[in-house]
Design a protein around this ligand. Structure first.
Ligand code: 26Y
Length: 821
């Protein structure tokens, strides 16, 4: 067996120098940091390639069942550092860098952060790929090679400004174009029905427009094994090349049309998170990568297998939220129209092959495509969806004996719209939520009608995160500390981290743990000084809320509490409190005006407080520009407090909560999403829990009895803070700037009170913060609690999650890759 550690310092050094010479005609002293990055990245890729080839040779021989994880988003983060760690060549790379006087951190910073996702859903997909490779499961991630990922956020005068994310500007050393797997994807046109001699209808799409889908493969390196799976991102090209030949044949128009269609489809990631908009281009994107994936998988399957009925034994399609839901009718189309199966057999194969994960219960995030749009863009697919629905509704009558009212509620097609979540439930053998509470709400509230008829389909798979990126790579000091104490099994088996329990009362280890946190705070402090030009004190409590900006996540409640504390300090500058640094990182969807105004509010509050010398630096507020995976790694390692404060019932799971816990931050949170399971693991006494429960929220919603004005009138602290939104305190030049936020708290939702219950939860949030202050004053107690958080995070590894998916949904077998010498 060839060991990866066979990579020698000499070999790697030579590879880097050769790359610099051949690609840039330079010596290392002449090369720029960017060029050294390219040279190192290509050298690392060369090490990966042999294992990548061997992995697929093994898959070819063993022919194992493979999962295709279809997702519109993969929020991968940088590849170089992660590949180095997973290949276990980090020591060799460090030595080479020392010998060549390369500053590895500075070189790693040259890599653009591939941001092909918005937030939690996209990052989850990336963690899953890491775990699939590490656990040696055969898998592909399938998505879109967007030219532009999530926008780059600039803060100008306190406002969010979006800039294009040109992540491919200097090429991508980690991708390989695979021309030979290109397939055609068709849009628009009409469907002609032909009667064949055997009486079967044949469906022919005519007058369509098409594009060519071409895959780019990116290696996903497993940790300390030989498995390298593939993230396959589809690019679009014109099928008819814009050349003289077609020009001569008068196909000029067609060529231009195809070019435009192709270019537009893969142009940009939609920056909306949890907010649906029925845009034609987004539907094109969805069908484009789904159709390319399904076609290519079927082609590959048929090269090895004569009987298409065996597809579910070899292939699992996983539908990550409804965005790739067209997998279901596309697979039906191929089985019916190309493989010429009967409906029943095609349906049996499709439902056995597909599984679906729901990531949200908020109605504004649910995809519903207008019939007019879908049937025009994808005429044959629409016919199939209609037939799926016709048969489904028929079964509701005949099998489940439901009445018309009940059927109307469940019909996939209703009021001119197609409800994609319903189609996913009907067309999959398995439907899962992403945390226990979320799954229970799906079963008992949002999807109860479906749960009643298909109870066996529903199950929970609590989310997880990869400890390799979010501890081993992001927090090397803590990782070494843990490994020195308990060994390194936690890297591939996170439950072992529980062994830290025996040290939580040990004063020496507590001090060491806190020293590491302090060092990480110094590191973040430098980042903040450089990017925000704000001095922060690493001895203050670093209180962190990092996630997409959304009203349900309640960044507004956090900043209102900061405003409240500031008022207390203005009244009494000697107020006894431990200095606090409030750190925010959040992108708002560009069209989400209120979310953007909350960013402006945070920045105005920051400006005023950070520059007020009267309060003796007791509070600092920092808004980190352009929150992404790379700066998350730095922030998470440095956090003392993890803000997980969504209105209970609204956050499906959350995964940032897990990353912060793993790194020894203590949660201030509501009983929502996976917070509930975090509390279960670490104990309520080691978190700061506050606020209404999901039951209370749901009841209050039903009763419709919430009156924020009562709170406003009876609570002086709250009244003062809320009034400061409209009296110019934070916007002297434009006192009405934040009026819309003021209205939203009191009666701004079209006359309905704030559905996120910010004022209702405010007092208990405030009390929880007081407890944080008191607890931190006792450093030994804090250290113990923080260490207990790390020690009890074992459940939240994506390895555990993926093992459950693989065993219970996909039925995959571990397929070990052995390298020939
Ligand atoms: C329809 C479209 C605009 C849309 C685009 C993105 C809808 C939803 C999304 C993204 C949703 C998302 O990120 N959901 C999050 O998924 C995480 C992983 O399961 C959860 O931890 C988190 O609670 C949930 O908000």
């Amino acid at each position: 067996m060839m060991d990866r550690l066979d990579v020698t310092v000499e070999d790697l050094k030579e590879a880097i120098l050769e790359n610099i010479k051949n690609q840039f005609r330079k010596t290392i002293d002449q090369a720029s940091k960017e060029q050294i990055f390219q040279a190192l990245a290509f050298a690392v890729r060369d090490i990966i390639i042999d294992q990548w080839i061997e992995t697929h040779k093994t898959y070819d021989e063993v022919d194992p069942k493979t999962v295709y994880y279809l997702s519109m988003e993969f929020l991968m983060g940088r590849a170089l550092g992660n590949s180095i760690i997973n290949m276990k060549v980090d020591k060799v790379v460090k030595e080479v860098c020392e010998e060549l006087s390369i500053d590895l951190n500075a070189i790693e910073d040259m890599e653009p952060d591939p941001g092909l996702g918005n937030g939690g859903l996209g990052r989850l997909a990336a963690c899953f790929l890491d775990s699939l490779s590490t656990l040696e499961f055969p898998a592909y991630g399938c998505g879109i090679r967007y030219r532009y990922g999530i926008f780059e956020q600039k803060i100008i005068d306190g406002y969010q400004v979006e800039r294009p994310d040109e992540w491919l500007k200097n090429g991508n050393p980690f991708e390989v174009r695979r021309d030979e797997y290109g397939v055609e994807v068709r849009f628009f046109g009409d469907v002609r029905v032909l009667k064949t001699p055997n009486g079967r209808d044949k469906f022919i799409q005519e007058n369509y427009q098409s594009v060519k889908a071409v895959p780019y493969d990116i290696p996903i390196v497993g940790y300390d094994n030989n498995t390298v799976n593939t993230l396959r991102l589809w690019d679009a090209e014109a099928l008819v090349k814009f050349d003289l030949e077609s020009f001569d044949r008068g196909e000029y128009h067609k060529a231009v049309e195809q070019e435009n269609l192709a270019k537009s489809i893969v142009e940009v990631l939609y920056p909306n998170d949890n907010h649906y908009r029925g845009k034609e281009l987004r539907l094109k994107q969805q069908y484009f990568f789904v159709s390319a994936t399904v076609q290519q998988v079927i082609n590959k399957f048929k090269q090895k297998h004569a009987d298409i009925h065996e597809l579910p034994d070899k292939v699992a399609f996983h539908i990550n939220d409804t965005h790739p839901s067209l997998t279901i009718p596309e697979l039906m189309r191929i089985l019916l129209d190309e493989e010429e199966l009967e409906w029943e057999e095609a349906w049996d194969i499709t439902t056995k092959t597909c599984a679906y994960t729901n990531h949200t219960i908020m109605s504004e995030a649910l995809e519903k495509w207008p019939i007019e749009l879908l049937s025009r863009l994808l005429p044959r697919i629409y016919m199939i969806i209609e037939e799926i629905n016709r048969r489904f509704c028929l079964s509701l009558v005949n099998e489940f004996h439901l009445d018309k009212e009940q059927i109307d509620k469940m019909s996939i097609i209703m009021n001119g719209q197609i409800k994609m979540a319903f189609m996913c439930i009907v067309g999959s053998h398995c439907v899962n939520g992403v945390a226990v509470l979320h799954t229970e709400i799906l079963k008992k509230e949002e999807l109860k009608e479906f749960y009643n008829i298909y109870p066996g389909k529903f199950n929970n798979k609590t989310n997880g995160i990869t400890q390799r990126r979010f501890l081993l790579e992001a927090n090397p000091k803590l990782a070494d500390f843990i490994t020195d104490l308990i060994g390194d099994e936690w890297i591939t088996s996170l439950t072992h981290i529980k062994k830290l329990d025996q040290y939580v009362d040990d004063e020496q280890e507590q001090k060491e743990f806190m020293k590491i946190k302090y060092d990480n705070k110094v590191r973040l402090g430098k980042y903040i000084k450089k990017h925000n030009n704000i001095e922060v004190d690493p001895r203050s409590i670093f209180d962190v809320q990092i996630k997409r900006l959304h009203e349900y996540k309640r960044q507004l409640m956090n900043i209102l509490h900061v405003m409240y504390l500031y008022n207390k300090l203005l009244e009494n500058p000697d107020l006894d409190m431990i200095p606090r640094t409030f750190i925010f990182g959040a992108k708002a969807a560009p069209g989400y005006t209120r979310a953007k105004l909350i960013i402006k509010l945070i920045n105005n509050v920051a400006d005023r407080i950070n520059n007020d010398t009267n309060i003796k630096n007791k509070i600092k507020v920092v808004f980190i520009e352009n929150y992404n995976v790379s700066n998350a790694e730095i922030i998470i390692a440095a956090a003392d407090v993890s803000e997980q404060i969504s209105t209970a019932s609204k956050e499906a799971s959350g995964t940032g909560n897990m990353k912060l816990m793993l790194n020894g931050a203590i949660t201030i949170g509501t009983m929502d999403g996976a917070n509930i399971e975090i509390v279960e693991e670490v104990g309520e006494e080691n978190c700061f829990i506050f606020g209404m429960t999901s039951e209370e929220v749901i009841n209050l919603q039903h009763e419709n009895s919430y009156n924020p004005w009562d709170i406003y009138n009876n609570n002086e602290d709250i009244r003062k803070v809320v009034t400061q939104l409209i009296n110019g305190f934070y916007a002297p030049d434009d006192p009405d700037l934040f009026r819309e936020i003021y209205d939203s708290l009191l009666d701004g939702y079209g006359g309905r009170p704030d559905p996120y219950f910010i004022l209702k939860d405010f007092d208990s949030y405030k009390e929880a913060h007081k407890k944080i202050d008191a607890t931190y004053a006792n450093q030994r107690k804090w250290a113990k609690m923080a260490m207990l958080n790390t020690a009890n995070s074992g459940k939240f590894s994506s390895d555990r999650t993926i093992l459950q998916y693989a065993n219970e949904i996909w039925k995959l077998k571990k397929t070990e890759v052995i390298m020939e010498k």
